[in-house]
Design a protein around this ligand. Structure first.
Ligand code: NAX
Length: 331
């Protein structure tokens, strides 16, 4: 039998946490034959609720779940973990300035970075979900210099899956037949959902999305806006932000990273830019990636048209500004 893997979920008493921990305990993230020990971190005001989640995990009697650590101590939470899902953060409340929210998150990510660096397993894989996800991941990277930068990512898989979902709905095909959409850039409304290389498996073979949906106005307009603003649409409908889809996206992100992407398929991940596609190096930017042997690689050489270039640059610009704002909050 495999040794259990320790998986950290921060903000585990929150709504994404509540959707995510049972998925991990069922093997959705690391596979149906991989035992796990869940480490759940939250802050003292949420300690009682966190303990309630732990009680439910016990009650669910998950065969793969070999232990639960529920704590408000960041060192205890980080010790020995091989996977870290960073969902905890400070949300922007009405009337708050961007800078105030950034200051709070910078200080959270700074201290959690140090704890991960000192206490997590070597080669721990990290995905930041909490917003501003890309910039929180960048702060985490800065303050955990001994964690390889390849191990620090942010979640844009939910946006990627939303793009696949919209194409499937439009074409009335199964979402499993659609692949290779791309989310470029920031997990924010400036993200660029790109279908120029996306394909659909049809009875007569694989076809480009642009060949099947000839409506350029829709693809270049409403489709992009729908994906960019889907988070707000969910809030409007549910009076709560996306949780099950975010949790599912986080599982997809880690599963593909650890177990690999299928041949011929790429996914979107926020990763440390190496300057590919003329995206400024040193940003955490969402790119198309393939994964093999536990490592992601940016898909290189895709042709980029002028329309795409502008949108990729605009979201890079926003990330550059966020980075500057974050650094101004550090001192
Ligand atoms: P909730 O407010 O329900 O949960 C957040 C939890 O984090 C709370 O239990 C809170 O006590 C805890 N927390 C706060 N500070 C903490 C700290 N320093 N250490 C540990 N835990 C801490 O929010 P939820 O709806 O679960 O969303 C969590 C985060 O995900 C938010 O930042 C949200 O903006 C972000 N999202 C990111 C998405 C993505 O695709 N990247 C999509 C969904 C979501 O909006």
């Amino acid at each position: 039998a495999k040794e259990p893997v320790r998986v950290l979920v921060t903000g585990a008493a929150g709504q994404i946490g509540y959707a995510l921990v049972p998925m991990i305990a069922r093997g959705v993230m690391l596979g149906p034959d991989q035992p796990v020990i869940l480490h759940m971190l939250d802050i003292p005001p949420a300690a009682e609720a966190l303990n309630g989640v732990k009680m439910e995990l016990v009650d669910a009697a998950f065969p793969l779940l070999k232990g639960v650590v529920a704590t408000t101590d960041v060192v205890e939470a980080c010790t020995g973990v091989s996977v870290a899902i960073m969902v905890g953060g400070f949300p922007r409340k009405e009337g708050m300035e961007r800078k105030d929210v950034m200051t709070k998150n910078v200080s959270i990510y700074k201290s959690q970075a140090s704890a991960l660096e000192k206490h997590a397993a070597a080669n721990c894989k990290v995905v930041v979900v909490a917003n501003p996800a890309n910039t929180n991941a960048l702060i985490l990277k800065e303050y955990a210099p001994s964690i390889p930068e390849k191990n620090i990512t942010c979640l844009t898989r939910l946006d990627h899956n939303r793009a696949l979902g919209q194409i499937a709905e439009r074409l009335k095909v199964q979402v499993s037949e659609v692949k290779n959409a791309i989310i470029w850039g920031n997990h924010s409304s400036t993200q660029y959902p790109d279908v120029n290389h996306a394909t659909v498996n049809t009875p007569s073979g694989e076809k480009p999305v642009r060949e099947l949906i000839k409506d350029d106005a829709w693809l270049n307009g409403e489709f992009i806006a729908t994906v960019q603003q889907r988070g707000a649409a969910i809030i409007k409908a549910r009076k709560l932000s996306s949780a099950l889809s975010a949790a599912s996206g986080a599982c997809d992100h880690i599963r593909d990273w650890v177990l690999g992407t299928p041949e011929g398929t790429w996914v979107s991940m926020g990763v440390y830019s190496d300057g590919s596609y003329n995206v400024p190096a040193g940003l955490i930017y969402s790119f198309p990636v393939t994964c093999c042997n536990g490592e992601w690689t940016i898909v290189k050489g895709l042709p980029i048209d002028e329309f795409s270039r502008k949108k990729m640059d605009a979201t890079a610009e926003e990330l550059t500004e966020e980075k500057a704002l974050a650094y101004s909050c550090l001192s």
